[in-house]
Design a binder for this molecule. Structure first.
Ligand SMILES: [Zn+2]
Length: 433
């Protein structure tokens, strides 16, 4: 289990942006024998083959073809993005400091970005002889900071006045006159600097994941939401048992934090496009394809709120969720989560067979709560689905907190899921083998 946690920490540390998360996952997939395909090229898929494809460099889908006739898909989806400040300008005029400009991405816990070392992460777009190429950037040093206004000058802030991103949350990185594009050119090996045509970069926290607690039972890291779920489900996907009659899919989508409504997001055509190409390669007609999808099960894996120790009143008292308490199955009457009694029962049974504890998450009845991937993905691919996640605290803070044992819980549950043959015998009844 110590090795699994170390691998999770390495995954988190190597993935400071969605582009890096995809790059990290792709490396693990290639090491496991998966073949990289390009969406823009023809595919020659064979039974039993294992493949992955990326879209926009920030989303990835990996899959294993069934060895024989496709009876259904087993899938899981997590997201590659996290709330962060997006870089909009590398140089802002200022008499005293080198400053950049940023805008918020996603539902950020703004105050958590103050007074901590920051770097940049993402991709730069570089002019080449042939046209334009993407290059990943993640300097291994801290370049920027956003100093808070001291309490002596900010009596309102001390009383909890909100921060204004335009005024309170713009970073500095050096003496007046410096331009961040010089740093980007140096880090990316680009000369002349003008060859950097554009960029997709955010501020990023480099703080290494670390354990906390008397027994090292908790850990703190940036981007636990949702890279811990990405790691846990990918580990289970790779450890699963390939099946003659089941295809296995693992998805990592960008843009969940801003509603998923992009070409590379869960609301885009990425998953239906990949499934359609795989099903066509298997020679499935429309009738067989519809039957196979009805006989499929997907997990939407995104982190869940643990009950806060200082504010237990914000959670549903009947369903406390604790760190290290096991995989969380998420329910919502308004269907923001896809779990039904039936799919919840299936996941709980798979977890029981994997000897993994489960917990249920419900919002307080008077709280609307958040949304995630599953219900949006279901609009594109309407397969039976359940929403699960790892319990965590401080969601959307620059540094979040979770339980070490839960990494193993999710990886074991996902491995069992990807090794089980689930068959919908009649509507409402499933066989688990
Ligand atoms: Zn999330």
């Amino acid at each position: 289990m110590q090795q699994l946690l170390a691998d999770c920490f390495a995954f988190l540390a190597a993935s400071p942006s969605p582009y890096h998360a995809v790059h990290t996952a792709a490396g693990l997939l290639r090491a496991a024998g998966f073949v990289h395909l390009e969406e823009s090229a023809p595919w020659a898929l064979v039974p039993g083959g294992a493949y992955y494809v990326t879209r926009n460099g920030s989303s990835l889908i990996a899959w294993r073809m069934p060895g024989g006739k496709l009876g259904g898909w087993r899938g899981a989806a997590a997201h590659s993005d996290s709330p962060a400040f997006r870089l909009t300008c590398t140089k802002k005029e200022d008499a005293y400091y080198a400053r950049a400009e940023v805008e918020p991405y996603g539902g950020m816990r703004l105050c958590s970005w103050l007074d901590r070392p920051l770097t940049l992460a993402g991709r730069i777009l570089v002019r080449s002889k042939e046209g334009v190429v993407s290059r990943l950037i993640a300097p291994e040093r801290d370049l920027l900071c956003i100093p808070s206004l001291c309490v002596h000058f900010d009596r309102d802030g001390a009383k909890g006045a909100p921060l204004d991103p335009k005024i309170d949350l713009q970073p500095i990185f050096g003496a007046a006159g410096e331009d961040l594009s010089a740093v980007l050119a140096g880090e990316g090996g680009v000369c002349p600097r003008a060859d950097i045509l554009d960029y997709d970069l955010t501020l990023a926290v480099r703080q290494a994941p670390c354990t906390v607690g008397l027994e090292n039972e908790f850990f703190m890291a940036p981007r636990i939401d949702d890279l811990a779920c990405a790691f846990g489900t990918l580990t289970g996907f790779l450890a699963g048992t390939p099946c003659e009659t089941r295809g296995d899919v693992w998805c990592l989508f960008d843009n969940e934090e801003v509603g998923s409504g992009t070409r590379q997001g869960a609301l885009g055509s990425f998953l239906p496009d990949v499934l359609a190409r795989a099903e066509a390669a298997l020679g499935l007609g429309a009738e067989q394809r519809i039957a196979a999808r009805a006989n499929s099960l997907f997990l939407s894996a995104d982190n869940a709120h643990a009950t806060h120790p200082n504010h237990p009143e914000t959670s549903d008292a009947a369903h406390p969720v604790v760190l290290n308490g096991g995989v969380v199955i998420k329910y919502n009457a308004s269907q923001k989560y896809t779990t039904s009694g039936l799919t919840g029962a299936l996941i709980a049974e798979i977890c029981r067979r994997a000897e993994v504890p489960v917990q249920a998450f419900y919002n307080r009845p008077d709280t609307p709560g958040g949304s995630t991937l599953g219900n949006l993905l279901a609009r594109q691919v309407s397969v039976p689905m359940a929403d699960i996640g790892l319990p965590q605290l401080a969601m959307h803070s620059a540094v979040e907190t979770a339980g070490c044992a839960d990494i193993g819980h999710l990886a074991c549950a996902a491995a069992k899921f990807y090794s089980s043959v689930l068959t919908q015998k009649t509507d409402g009844s499933w066989e688990i083998a």
